[in-house]
Design a protein around this ligand. Structure first.
Ligand code: SF4
Length: 168
């Protein structure tokens, strides 16, 4: 078995996906140019989870790995909303998180934007309106762009970020 995987690795079969590489190349180029044009080469994102199952966060985390490497394109995830340009909101909006999401949004300096990621914030995912859910997010914040999926994969998130950059 080890021999088999070594052979595949040598041939580059495990990591090489020509179609994915091709679309990534195009997306990377356009994102880099747009970030340079609209955000002087540095776009800071504060991710906020308003009640997710964590799968959307896992996909967003993958954007920082050496393969997708969003930082190379000038997009950074930051720890404070005060350092952010954009709020990336995941998860269904819960009553408990609503004031914290609004507070985080208030602390982002203007001009600022909200991008929702995953079907939850728009109430298109598995959750239903219950006593704990205060959704969709559009009842509380103005969302500039929505990235659909449950969860969207890293490439779809990158495409979504690019669509957002095209909009502004
Ligand atoms: S959209 Fe799907 S994957 Fe993302 S937080 Fe909601 S349930 Fe989880």
């Amino acid at each position: 078995m080890i021999k088999f995987w070594n052979k595949r690795a040598k041939l580059g079969v495990i990591t090489e996906k020509p179609e994915l590489e091709e679309s990534l190349k195009k997306i990377r180029k356009e994102i880099k140019e747009s970030v340079k044009k609209h955000f002087a080469g540095s776009l800071a994102i504060r991710m906020v989870d308003s009640g997710s199952c964590n799968a959307c966060e896992a996909e967003c985390n993958a954007l920082s790995n050496p393969y997708f490497d969003l930082e190379r394109l000038g997009i950074y995830f930051v720890a404070s909303p005060r350092h952010a340009d954009v709020m990336l909101l995941s998860g269904v909006m819960t009553f408990n998180m609503t004031p914290h999401v609004k507070e985080a949004y208030a602390q982002i300096p203007s001009p600022k934007w909200v991008i929702s990621v995953g079907d939850c914030p728009m109430m298109q995912a598995p959750y239903e309106r219950t006593y704990a859910i205060n959704a969709p997010v559009t009842e509380h914040l103005q969302v500039t762009h929505h990235i659909a999926g449950c969860p969207p994969n890293p490439l779809e998130i990158m495409e979504g970020l690019l669509e957002f950059l095209r909009k502004i």
